[in-house]
Ligand binder design. Structure first.
Ligand code: SF4
Length: 408
């Protein structure tokens, strides 16, 4: 690749150890009013007490109006007094992301392109499946981590999403689905697996996940909210202290030499350190498992020696956590995109890889491709990114050199 990888990593790690990064926009909008979507319950309670001089339970009423009934206009919050509604009007706003378009797939998958500001848009995808409905949520506009097989990586990186922009994705989808928390659950799971590295936008992601799990928010059980990371080791430890969600790790290779190429973050946090952090995460709570995502790429990481090394890594994890099947593996056949040099293995190779894992006693489901007809499959999420890393321009140049006119 022509991109200077170290500088890409530097951008991604701005927030490391220090919470929200310098690129996270402030909460108040251009009109000076605070967006209520930026607040989880403790912050909204403080806002009501300290800024509005109101009782905490008023904050709870407002959360229910927003996240259970999808009302954003204070004047329609009829159990609040007129004076409070007027006060809210002058101090706050409930501003959801703007739906640029949405598209339904023949298989029930639904995709939204959401405008985050004048120049940036991100995608959010809903995937219904046998009694569950999973929403794949983005955490950043683009991504700076530059994983070699990732479509998002080719678009470069602009900025972190705010708490409002992250929970706003859930709100848009839940409203569209007619989801009623605790009663009519259409949205049962959230995976932070869309655009971006969630742990590089730690504070905003943790706050948004707290609203997802709050009874006054979307009431999802802790284990039904999953954060997927490429392996930001110190932030995995911080997550263990500050939040209680399921952890998924984008592993994709069992050897450092190969993972250094596929996931450049591995040069900073190699596999042994990553696995140590995963063990610490799992051990914080009895019976906790960690999911390892493994994207299968033809001739790259789909050979028997890769399967054997993966089995050894997972077995070692189970042994250290002292629980059978503590390590769960998801196999994801690669979804090609324009300009990529990687290919999807054929069905036989995918099954052969899976069989080796199964024979070793591991379950290792192959993730079915969903929403293919609307480009909503895993690794295909796109948006419009005002790219500060210049990676998208370089990717376009490469595509033009290859004569691919669909480059943009
Ligand atoms: S795979 Fe995830 S972490 Fe890696 S570049 Fe893509 S979005 Fe970023």
């Amino acid at each position: 690749m022509t991109h200077p990888r170290s500088s890409a990593l530097d951008i991604a790690l701005v927030g490391e150890g220090g919470g929200a990064s310098a690129v996270t926009p402030v909460e108040a909008g251009a009109d000076g009013r605070t967006n209520i979507f930026d607040f989880d319950r403790p912050r909204l309670e403080r806002f009501f007490e300290e800024v509005l001089g109101e009782k905490k339970f008023r904050a709870h009423q407002v959360m229910k109006w927003i996240h259970h009934r999808y009302v954003t206009d204070f004047s329609q919050m009829t159990d609040l007094g007129k004076a409070l509604r007027a006060k809210l009007e002058s101090h706050a706003v409930v501003r959801a992301p703007q739906v640029v378009f949405d598209k339904a797939s023949a298989d029930g998958t639904h995709k939204w392109l959401l405008g985050m500001d004048a120049k940036n848009a991100i995608e959010t995808v809903y995937i219904p499946d046998k009694g569950r409905g999973t929403l794949c949520v983005s955490s950043q506009v683009g991504c700076a981590l530059n994983c070699m097989f990732c479509s998002t990586a080719t678009q470069g990186f602009n900025r972190n999403l705010t708490t409002a922009e992250i929970i706003g994705q859930v709100w848009v989808a839940a409203r569209h689905l007619g989801n009623v928390p605790h009663q009519q659950r259409r949205l049962t799971n959230v995976v932070m697996m869309g655009m971006g590295e969630p742990l590089a936008n730690f504070d905003n992601v943790v706050r948004a996940m707290s609203i997802m799990r709050d009874d006054l928010g979307y009431g999802l059980a802790n284990k039904r909210v999953t954060l997927s990371t490429a392996g930001m080791v110190p932030m995995i430890d911080r997550l263990a202290q500050e939040s209680d969600v399921s952890l998924a790790v984008s592993l994709h290779a069992p050897f450092d030499e190969l993972r250094d190429q596929l996931v450049p973050l591995n040069r900073k946090y190699p596999i042994a350190e990553l696995m140590d952090a995963c063990v610490r995460y799992a051990l914080r709570k009895k019976g906790e498992s960690v999911t390892f995502e493994y994207t299968l790429m033809k001739g790259v990481n789909d050979q028997p020696e890769h399967a054997r090394a993966l089995i050894a890594l997972m077995r070692d994890f189970d042994r250290r956590v002292q629980m059978k099947d503590a390590a769960k593996v998801n196999l994801i056949p690669f979804n090609p995109f324009p300009g990529t040099r990687f290919e999807r293995p054929d069905e036989q190779a995918i099954r052969a890889f899976q069989k080796l894992l199964n024979n070793a006693g591991m379950i290792a489901p192959v993730r079915r491709t969903r929403g293919d007809d609307i480009d909503a499959a895993c690794g295909q999420l796109k948006g419009q990114v005002l790219d500060r890393t210049r990676r998208s321009a370089e990717h376009r140049k490469r595509l033009q050199a290859q004569g691919d006119v669909h480059a943009a």
